[in-house]
Design a binder for this molecule. Structure first.
Ligand code: HPA
Length: 272
């Protein structure tokens, strides 16, 4: 079946289950899925029940779509995302973004856990993503050009909306939530980086590093969706940290900063 036909089927399946179409999408990263638990009157749909959706495998990701009300807005939240390192194609990784667009989403907040490269960062910091560097050697838009989805050569000069970054900064200041800003380097994973790779990424201008987000943001921009990106700095990157990196550390830190993260995102959604 053609991608476009699949998306139409998924869209019809989802729209039949909900009262109101969402205008804001939330992609929730490792340890940050709890935000979806705050959605009121939720319609919860496990990914395995959604036609043509891939299946998520990674620990710390519930694997369900939650559609309902958050801060007075109708949102569609992905509790768990798909990663390239799981063996999914980038077409699969970004399928939910195409679906979000099809059901009415115009703005998305993408979140992730990331390793801090900027020496000024501390574990637990929330970083507003100013821009990204695609280090995956891949692009989700490689393949036949489908006019309906967007242009062949989409502009990425404002991948992360300046307007939304300003709104996020103002919201953070108003509620006294400390945020930092920086450039996210998207690696394929699943191994963490070597210290030499982290030094290289730092020289390239990266402030933080992770294994997600970039494919989804490229696809969202291609689809004309406005993007806000927030990284939870879960650890200092390899070679900066004195310790070996573990997924448990990533989960523990995101767990600790989740209160701050929840408050920030809820207030941003209220202001969007
Ligand atoms: N590197 C890559 N991905 C990550 C890291 C890291 O240090 N922390 C959380 N996700």
């Amino acid at each position: 079946m053609e991608l476009l036909d699949k998306i139409i089927e998924t869209k019809q399946y989802l729209l039949a289950k909900i009262q109101q179409a969402p205008s804001i999408g939330l992609v929730l990263g490792s340890g940050l899925g709890v935000l979806a638990d705050q959605i009121s009157n939720p319609v919860i749909i496990p990914y395995h029940e959604i036609p043509h959706f891939p299946l998520s495998t990674v620990e710390g990701h519930a694997g369900q779509l939650v559609i309902g009300q958050l801060s007075g807005r109708t949102v569609a939240a992905m509790q768990g995302r798909f990663h390239y390192y799981e063996g999914h194609s980038l077409a699969a990784v970004t399928y939910p973004i195409r679906v979000m667009k099809a059901i009415g989403v115009q703005q998305i907040i993408v979140t992730n856990a990331a390793g801090g490269i900027d020496p000024a960062f501390h574990p637990g910091d929330l970083m507003l993503i100013q821009d990204h560097i695609n280090m995956t050697g891949q692009n989700p838009l490689i393949g036949p050009h489908i006019e309906t989805f967007g242009v062949r050569f989409p502009d990425m000069s404002e991948a992360y909306s300046k307007t939304l970054i300003t709104l996020a900064k103002e919201t953070a200041a108003k509620h006294q939530i400390h945020v930092v800003e920086g450039v996210y380097a998207g690696m394929p994973g699943p191994s963490y980086e070597t210290p030499a790779e982290i030094r290289l990424l730092g020289q390239l201008g990266a402030s933080a590093v992770g294994m997600s987000t970039v494919p989804e943001v490229i696809t969202a921009r291609h689809a004309g969706i406005e993007v806000l990106g927030i990284s939870c700095i879960s650890n200092l990157a390899a070679g900066i940290s004195r310790f070996a990196l573990t997924h448990e550390e990533v989960m523990e830190t995101t767990e600790k900063s989740k209160g701050k993260f929840l408050r920030l995102v809820k207030e941003i959604v209220a202001a969007m």
